[in-house]
Design a binder for this molecule. Structure first.
Ligand code: TTP
Ligand code: MG
Ligand code: MG
Length: 384
């Protein structure tokens, strides 16, 4: 366990001195798509708004805070959202407007540090350990950034300020909307202990249920478990959970993350049942996705097929070659061969998608995530 080194510090001391001396800010826009819509259409202000398809089969992309009071949230089927909130106003998405706002906030981030890692259109990590502008503190920098965002976009952002990415992201969510939360190194472990485990990155509803069965509801509960126990119950995820429960996260802020995959998917207004329709739909996706792959000059070894049945059960099939996928024809053949395994289908498909992953660089920019594109890379191929 902890041992005193020659100079008298324990490992925990060393962590606080070295890793916990970083200053990381996570900024995330509030109800991003919905806020852009409310900004641009005064009639929507103060009202419950959902961005996304209002059709019977649509899904909510973003919900205004007024809508959230009714329980409406992202990724919820629109039909359910409409039931929860009868006055809910559905608005079509306008990606151009979101991209424009996203470009402005990235410009703002870049004024304060070169070390910016965008995670999606509406959020980023910033490493401000080195106060290049001499502002004085990370908290002040976060305040300035939130003020700049308001001045230049008339949108609000929330910020988390802490000593690593894991805690900064939890903190930005803590006082949403339009809030800031600062977690100092000696507060990190207590902060994490106080949170329900479902707030942890990577703990989805299923994992949270499994944890509940094992008596783990909070970060504090998680902390009572040792690494071997966590590995036995959660496999390779165990190590992460063990560190997370102690507020430890050494991941650097990656200013130029390499994109891991290029893909796309489509939800159909009517389930695809006939094999000929399914094959034609897949061909259409192959065309669009390969265009995207070409555009990014991406090359990869792994092809992934995703299919969602009418009852929302979702399957993915993947095949990895020992070499790069040659061309669109090969990409398509692999996709159709994986589809062979799913046919005849027990019910219709409501969604199909294809992805090329295990990407390699081809030239010096290819494979490097173009600023701003990660969020959209896996979104619908067809903006409604
Ligand atoms: P988030 O930052 O997750 O959510 P948000 O900005 O709407 O709300 P919050 O105040 O809690 O941060 O996502 C940013 C945008 O990404 C969101 O406005 C719409 C889009 N999005 C989807 O299209 N589908 C999704 O499932 C999610 C989670 C987000
Ligand atoms: Mg957001
Ligand atoms: Mg976000």
């Amino acid at each position: 366990m902890l041992h005193k080194s020659r100079i008298g510090y324990t490992k925990a001391d060393a962590y606080i001195r070295v890793m916990a001396s970083r200053k990381i800010i996570h900024v995330d826009m509030d109800a991003f798509f919905a806020s852009v819509e409310q900004r641009d259409n005064p009639d929507l202000r103060g009202k419950p708004v959902a961005v996304g398809g209002s059709s019977r089969r649509g899904v909510v992309a973003a919900a205004s805070y007024e809508a959230r009071a009714f329980g409406v949230k992202s990724a919820m089927p629109s039909s359910r959202a409409a039931k929860l909130c009868p006055d809910l106003i559905f608005v079509k998405s306008r990606f151009e407007a979101y991209r424009e706002a996203s470009a402005i906030i990235r410009d703002i981030f870049a004024r304060y540090t070169d070390l910016v890692q965008p995670l999606s259109l509406d959020e980023a990590y910033l490493d401000v350990t080195h106060d290049t502008l001499g502002i004085g503190s990370a908290v002040k920098i976060a305040k300035y950034i939130r003020a700049d965002i308001w001045d230049e976009t008339q949108l609000t952002a929330s910020a988390g300020v802490s000593y690593n990415k894991f805690i900064a992201k939890l903190a930005s969510d803590q006082n949403k909307p339009n809030g800031i939360c600062v977690i100092l190194p000696d507060q990190g472990a207590d902060f994490v202990a106080s949170l329900p485990v479902r707030r942890f990155r990577g703990v989805g509803p299923r994992t949270a249920e499994k944890m509940a069965r094992l008596g783990i509801e909070s970060g504090a509960d998680l902390r009572t478990k040792d690494e071997a126990w966590l590995a036995a119950h959660f496999g390779s995820f165990g190590g992460y959970l063990h560190r997370a429960a102690r507020g430890i996260d050494d991941r650097p802020v990656n200013a130029n993350r390499r994109r891991k995959s290029v893909g796309g998917e489509r939800t159909y207004s009517q389930d695809k049942r006939e094999e000929s329709d399914i094959r034609a739909a897949l061909d259409e996706i192959i065309d669009k996705v390969w265009d995207r792959i070409d555009h990014n000059k991406a090359r990869g070894r792994t092809v992934v097929l995703k299919a969602r049945y009418a009852d929302f059960t979702t399957l993915t099939r993947s095949k990895s070659l020992p070499r790069l996928v040659k061309d669109k024809t090969e990409f398509g053949e692999i996709g159709h061969a994986m589809m062979d395994q799913l046919l005849p289908a027990p019910m219709g498909f409501r969604l199909l998608g294809m992805t090329l992953s295990g990407l390699e660089q081809d030239g010096d920019q290819a494979g490097i995530e173009p600023a701003g594109n990660r969020a959209t890379a896996q979104l619908s191929l067809f903006e409604e």
